[in-house]
Design a protein around this ligand. Sequence first.
Ligand code: FES
Length: 297
Amino acid sequence: MPADRLVRALEHATALDRPADAVAGAVGSWLGPGRVKDLLSGTWFGHAVHPALVAVPIGAWITASWLDAFGGPDSRPAARTAVGFGTLAAVPAVLTGGSDWAEVDGAERRVGFVHALANSAAVGLYAGSWQARRRGRHAVGVGLALAGAGLAGAGGWLGGHLTYAAGVGVDTTAFLSGPSEWTEVAAESDLGEDEPTAVQVGEVPLVLVRRGGVVHAVNDRCTHRGAPLHEGPVVGDCLECPWHGSRFGLAGGEVRRGPATRPQPVFEVAVDGGRVLVRRTDEQRALRLNPVASGGA
Ligand code: FES
């Protein structure tokens, strides 16, 4: 497909790195871990919030296009309102998207940069369309809206590529399973207090932490972007991700601080005669079976 060829070219377009890295760096330094970051990431929502928010301006703009095409002169005020509402609704979509984008690298960052440019230009065109309609220049407003729709469509396609092809925003443990039977993974004597220790069960990486005499086992791959959690510190009763600072409860894997939105899978742990054994606690999911099965599913 031509679109696939285009996106492959974008993925390799290293000329984009300089401006993209500069913008991502500025966003990253402005948005450190904390409440604002969690709000924009969707930590409170349980999923990335950006994909949900983009539906609002798109819906409003499609409504405007429908009215432009079929509504006749009486519907012009409603079309203008829809264009204006969609433009305002694009602001939170842009902010949340920018926050998510600042955390990706390489090919995803390049494609995301063009995705953001296209959508930002679309927002500008729709803002111009609203202005033109307000001044009575209906035909100009319709033309600008059509151009905006084209750019928003192209930007949306790239956004779809980022999610469905590149896996941005997807729980990175979605296809990882773990043993359903008790499986020995370490000797208890090898575990220092509050010292994350990486072990492997089949193809599933785990991090073990002994704290207050209790051993916890958590999937070692951060659900956010896949960082090795054993390289992060233990902070209170949480494990902190070394890449973007998300914190997960050691006992339950729940997200205590974003930008992660999905909890960290945890495993049942038993200590028997100095041997540490684990087994998975969650129900098996279809996509965790073949061909991506691992760890004795
Ligand atoms: S990889 Fe981003 S918070 Fe862990």
